[in-house]
Design a protein around this ligand. Sequence first.
Ligand code: COA
Length: 260
Amino acid sequence: MSELVRLERRAAVAIVTIDRPERMNALSWATVQQLGELGRELASDPGVRVCVVTGAGEKAFCAGADLKERQGMSRGQVREMLGAYRSELAWLEKSDFVSVAAINGVALGGGLELALTCDLRIAAPLAVFGLPETGLGIIPGAGGTQRIARLLGESRALDLVLTGRRIDSSEALALGLVNRVAPSAEQLLDSALKWLEPVAEGAPLAQRAALSAVRAARRLPLEEGLDFERAAYERCLDSADREEALLALSEKRKPRFQGK
Ligand code: COA
């Protein structure tokens, strides 16, 4: 099987690169399957604290569904593909680590939906974003309508979903579609790693508890969310890392966290 997705490990950080630059890193069936396999492998490794997802080459993060492959697909196969987006990419928002899309170029359709499945997003200055699906007689089918509405609110989501218009990085930043924009394309990965250093090197139990609690806010009503937060806090309260942090503060030194 050819390698459509590459993995690089840098200590607690995993860097996943979609490697089909000749097809603008589009999501073929095999690419989605490989992303799923890799994701399951990473999710079972407690040493991974941050996972950065990016695209190979300078042009595209991911141009969405592989439209050349799609042309030859039956309706049944398209339905299977929609199921695969959901099952094979779910790890990005369900694993114990933080997932970050480092958007190095075009993020269109399923490419933007992939970025929306991640917890956080950073973009290169010349990245381009859009959900052009309605112009192709379909709708975003990899969770895009749901996630963009939750992230930006209904009005901004409808603007992008119904018009299919393309926006640049500064508009994406102003809308809140990306958390930040790197100074240059060359500095994208380094900017992402620097930004997430406190996550990769922070107290593991607290990081995990905080991540699960904030993610829970998407699906829980407030009272249940407050209960969830309380239970997550409890997991930190008994930890040796909490005591170590207090001790380090009094000794004016950096804490040495052990994830206990
Ligand atoms: N699926 C499969 N192949 C794709 C693709 C996609 N989604 N997007 C681009 N490619 C291929 C092109 O067909 C071309 O291959 P070819 O030279 O063999 O024909 C190659 O990638 C380069 O694309 P090209 O259009 O020549 O480059 P560009 O820089 O002018 O434009 C895009 C890049 C991504 C803006 C443009 O290709 C585009 O709009 N693609 C469609 C994106 C889209 O609508 N995605 C949503 C799907 S729901």
